[in-house]
Structure formats: C-alpha cells, structure tokens
Design a binder for this molecule. Structure first.
Ligand code: N4P
Length: 350
C-alpha cells in the first residue's frame, strides 16, 4: 500500500472524517510551505481535526517533529522528495486580493464603516460568533450590489455579527434593511448605529431555530447570512433565508469554510440546495477573512493543535456563495432541534 493511502486510512479511522490520499498530500504541501499550524490548516484546506490527526501520524512515523512549530525531519524531507510534493502557489490578484471586485468607488463607505464598527461587541463562544474583517463585510455588500441584489431591494440579514446590515444601509441603495440576530448586544449595537446615522435599519432579537413569524415570510428580495457549518445549522439558516424570499429568482448569500467542513460535507450542503430547487450562481474562494476570536483557548481546535500558540494571521476564511431560487423551489419554516447545531466531528472553532 502506498504511504499516502496508509496514512489516509489511519487518519480516517481516528478522526471519523473521510480522508483521501489527496488530503494527506495537501497537508504535506502545506507543511513544506510553513511551520505554523494555523497556516497549515489554511493552506491544506482540510478540516482542522483531520489536519491535526495527520500531523500526529506523521510525528509517530518520524516524518515531523514539533518544536513550537511543525518541522520536517530528514526522513520527512526524503518523503516529500519521493512523493514529488510541490508548493501550492495561488497567483492571486494583488489589487482585489482574489475577491474579484473593485472597491475604489466605495472608499468613503469603507472609511465610515471602519469607524462605526470600532466599538462593536466582541464574539462570544455561546453562539459560535467570529466576525469577518471590515473590508470583507464591505466587499460582500458591494458584490451583492454588483449582482443587482441591493439597489431598490428589500434585504434581510440573518445573524449579523459581521454588521452587514450597517454596510448595506450605508450604501443608501436598498429599499429596506431588516436584521435578525439571537444576540441582544448586537441588535442593540445595530439599533444605536441606525439611530445615530439615520439608517432606518429594522433590527430584532430572534433565534433562527424557531419558525419565522409571518411578517418576515415572503417579504424580501435578498437574504445574507453566515451559517454554522453543521448540517442542521446550515439547513436552519438557509431554509429560513429561503422562507423570507418573495419568490422565484430571488438571491441568497452565505459563507462556507474548508476549516470546519470537508468537501464531503460541502456535497451534503449542495444536495440540500438541489433538493430545494435552488441553484448556485457564484462561489468565490477566500472572499471573507475572519478576525481571530478571543476565546480560541476554549475551543476544540486549541485542544487538538500539537503546540499551543495563538494564531497571528487571518487563517480562517470562507468562500462566498450566491444562490438563486428557481421555479418550484422549496423553503421550510420549521423548528430546528438544537442537537449538534454549532459543532460536528469536522468543526473545531467553537
Ligand atoms: C466561526 C464563525 N467561532 C468562527 C469562530 N462562523 C460563524 C460566524 C458568523 N460571522 C463562521 C461560519 C462560516 N460559515
């Protein structure tokens, strides 16, 4: 059996996550490029528990050693040579940082948003919060604008530690901006900003596991959200998003990571969209970068990493998805049980 296959089998057995030879290969590529565990997870694009388990096996076999970083041993270097492991170079556009949009015309909006968000509530573990950088929030809104989903539209944001509602309102383009979040601190913050800047944002405390009240049903053109990445969490947020939409050819936006979701889980998410008669129109890699959250030492990720050091780069990123409803699409407005809502075997950041 090839060494990649052998390691993949052991990692799959121990982690409970489907592991491919390519998963192991990608982790070796990442180790070749950096010694930092968080960067390795980011480059490898495999779930963090799969990456840390792979590093355990590589260590047991004498391919790596841990010394406040991950280092290849002589045997490890030889393994990489034998497998002809190559660097992964991204050739990303330096102007837009891969987001694919030009923010030039939105400089003032960005400056204003940057100022406003300075005393925002910090993320809490209870709700698996973790917000994206201000530039990512503004880019999300500009991207949605470029797709025709903001101007003269009724827009709803489901869960908003990213403060997307504020950025949408600052464009002055939307007809209506509504935001729902479980966290009263966020709703109070958004309401205060809305009053101070005359933004007319309608903000309410709401737990998205509950069925949506009538006033939110079939009343919006566009929804924007960033779901927890368990199947129940994803379904709760996306189904509620779909429920808010007026009808056919309305749009939804959400983010998905590779840190907390394998491609097999992505497939489950995509199956759910297909079953709902909803189509994906856009996927943009690493569109959103997350500001490192204060409670990292309380997370499963912290327990799993082979040496304890806080991240010092934006290593946790999400792909931006845009979806559209098609004829006969289905949207369920049911109560979701809170079993495994925030974390499954692949998750680790809460
Ligand atoms: C997780 C953040 N707990 C980071 C640390 N997740 C939700 C945050 C909403 N902004 C990210 C989920 C991405 N789909």
């Amino acid at each position: 059996m090839s060494i990649l296959k052998e390691i993949a089998r052991i990692v799959e057995e121990r982690s409970g996550i489907i592991t491919y030879e390519r998963s192991i290969y990608r982790i070796l590529q990442a180790i070749k490029m950096t010694n930092d565990i968080w960067e390795i997870v980011s480059i490898a694009e495999e779930p963090l528990p799969l990456v840390t388990e792979t590093i355990n096996v590589l260590k047991e076999r004498g391919f790596v050693k841990i010394n406040n970083g991950i280092y290849l041993t002589e045997n490890g270097k030889k393994l990489l040579q034998d497998l002809e492991v190559e660097d992964l170079i991204e050739y990303k556009c330096k102007t837009c940082n891969g987001k694919g949009i030009d923010l030039e015309q939105f400089k003032n909006l960005y400056e204003e948003f940057l100022e406003i968000q300075k005393n925002r509530p910090e993320p809490v573990r209870e709700y698996d919060q973790g917000y994206i950088t201000p530039i990512s929030t503004v880019a999300r809104v500009v991207f949605a604008t470029s797709r025709g989903d903001i101007k003269n539209k009724d827009v709803i944001i489901l869960g908003d530690d990213d403060l997307v509602s504020i950025a949408v309102a600052l464009t002055n383009l939307a007809k209506r901006v509504v935001v729902l979040d479980i966290d009263k601190r966020l709703i109070d913050f958004i309401k205060n900003v809305s009053n101070d800047y005359n933004l007319d944002i309608e903000a309410f405390v709401f737990d998205l596991r509950e069925p949506l009240p009538d006033e939110y049903v079939k009343n919006f053109d566009t929804f924007i959200t960033d779901p927890p990445e368990t199947l129940p969490g994803f379904k709760a947020f996306i189904s509620k998003g779909l429920v808010t939409l007026k009808g056919e050819r309305c749009a939804g936006y959400f983010g998905l990571t590779r840190v907390e979701s394998s491609l097999n889980k992505w497939l489950e998410f995509q199956k759910y969209l297909i079953e709902s008669n909803v189509v994906i129109t856009d996927i943009i890699k690493d569109f959103s970068e997350y500001v490192n959250w204060g409670f990292v030492e309380e997370t499963k990720a912290w327990k799993l990493i082979p040496y304890k050091k806080k991240p010092d780069t934006y290593w946790y990123k999400s792909y931006l998805f845009r979806i559209e409803t098609l004829r006969g699409y289905k949207a369920e407005n049911s109560r979701i049980s809170d079993e495994a809502f925030y974390q499954d075997v692949e998750g680790s950041c809460t």
